[in-house]
Design a protein around this ligand. Structure first.
Ligand code: BGC
Length: 452
């Protein structure tokens, strides 16, 4: 049992503050080739590329598909009132376009109905990185047709679930999936180079806005957001070159997607390289189409980064100085733990004119958890959440319009290229038996949230 009492109470965040947990289809569901589901790019990539640690695959994962009732009960028992999950595109449309898989539709109805029965508010993400493999064959996010494909998928979801689900997230971290998947080749589909990256950025920026418009049209009283990965970028030293390097990285990491969304276009005045983005995509023509008036912005922050000038790295000419080398507290992912930096990120995003409300749609930490005698004593995770939530409360008390906080994540799950090695859950999963054990951090949340 956790013995650290929080220095704040849930009441301090206000009665209408949304407390949630977040999961994602490809990371949790399993059942990857059953009940009519088509393959996703992660199913294909994990099998072929062997780029995932220990050759892990998302095929079974923590089996949310069969255990959703149990997992939703656990969510409720820990005191959360919001459940964020994503809809697997290839479960709804096995070929990405064309034929609808009725079993897939029914599955999400069951999950949504169960949430509603338990009094959990569903927040539905439309795209959390599991593109149908069939569409990747046609170019995936680099293809012009993406807008058409995605619009159809969003329309189906809105028409099917819109009478039950009011809270929507269009994309999960567009910079995450375009950079890791289409430039660095570290995530599915494993592509590299500007030729793939530049069009992928632009199609994601357009799809994000278009998804918002479709939901607005089809779902009465919808509360529509989209999420951005963000990290404070700190120069390694005060020298001019490091400062400039930090500015370039900041543009890519933090500004590239939110600014076109808000109607400012790409932040190219500050980074000439982005002219290419405009030239390549004729993006200036699309300024209005990239804009959508989101009801809220989902901020997802885990760590700050420190960068220095590095002429050997193309384009950004910068590289990060790892937390492990800097001797600062970090998680098992090597990510710096820094609540003050989270506060500054919230401040940066709140300061944008056009951002009406913010929800922290993901935040959390992986540690090397040990299950000993039926207990997972993850004090480090408790300290992490404590520090980050204290920072959020400070931001909120200063008047930033932050409406909610969703912890990443409910159960240990498939952590992309890390496979099952990185455990982010509030609940431990034994991947051999699927046994769930609430970690002390889970009890810590329960104590915090049930004292409301
Ligand atoms: C992603 C999650 C991921 C988490 C931890 C976020 O960038 O949205 O899917 O598991 O970070 O790496």
């Amino acid at each position: 049992m956790p013995n650290t009492k929080a220095s704040f109470s849930a009441k301090d965040f206000g009665d209408d503050f949304l407390w949630g947990v977040a999961i994602a289809a490809a990371q949790n569901e399993g059942a990857h080739d059953t009940y009519g589901k088509g393959p996703s790019i992660w199913d294909v990539y994990s099998k072929k590329a062997r780029k995932i640690k220990s050759g892990h695959t998302p095929y079974e994962s923590c089996d949310f598909y069969h255990r959703y009732k149990n997992d939703l009960l656990l969510t409720k028992a820990l005191g959360f009132s919001v459940f964020r999950f994503s809809i697997s595109w290839p479960r709804i449309l096995p070929d990405g376009v064309g034929r609808i898989n009725k079993e897939g539709i029914h599955f999400y109805h069951r999950v949504i109905d169960e949430c509603l029965k338990l009094g959990l508010v569903p927040f539905v993400t439309l795209y959390h990185w599991d593109l149908p493999a069939a569409l990747e064959k046609e170019g995936g996010w680099s293809a012009h047709l993406m807008l058409k494909w995605f619009s159809r998928f969003v329309t189906i979801c809105a028409e099917e679930f819109g009478h039950k689900v009011k809270n929507w997230i269009v994309l999960n971290e567009p910079f995450g999936f375009t950079s890791l998947g289409y430039m660095l080749g570290k995530h599915a589909p494993g592509k590299i180079g500007m030729r793939n990256f530049l069009p992928a950025i632009h199609h994601a920026a357009l799809a994000q806005a278009e998804g918002g418009r479709i939901l607005r049209k089809l779902v009465p009283q919808a509360y529509i957001g989209t999420t951005f990965s963000c990290s404070e970028v700190v120069p390694f030293s005060n020298n001019e070159e490091d400062i400039k390097a930090a500015q370039r990285v900041d543009i890519l990491l933090n500004r590239l997607f939110i600014e076109p969304t808000l109607g400012y276009g790409y932040p190219r005045d500050d980074f000439k390289f982005l002219d290419k983005l405009e030239m390549y995509n004729k993006a200036w023509k699309h300024r209005e189409r990239m804009r959508f008036d989101f009801d809220y912005i989902g901020v997802q922050n885990y760590f700050p980064i420190v960068v220095k000038h590095n002429p050997l790295i193309p384009v950004v000419m910068a590289s990060d100085v790892k937390a492990t080398k800097r001797n600062v507290p970090h998680t098992s992912m090597g990510w710096e733990i820094n609540g003050d930096s989270f506060y500054r990120i919230l401040k940066k995003f709140s300061a944008y004119r056009g951002v009406k409300e913010i929800i922290v749609t993901e935040n959390g930490a992986a540690f090397k958890d040990q299950l000993v005698d039926g207990e997972v004593d993850d004090q480090k995770r408790i300290d992490y959440f404590h520090g980050y939530l204290a920072a959020l409360l400070r931001a909120k008390n200063e008047g930033m319009n932050i409406k909610g906080y969703f912890a990443w994540t409910l159960t240990d799950n498939f952590e992309w290229a890390e496979g099952y090695h990185a455990r982010f859950g509030l609940i431990h999963v034994d991947f051999k038996t699927q046994l769930r054990t609430i970690k002390n951090s889970g009890y810590w949340f329960r104590d915090l949230l049930t004292s409301r």
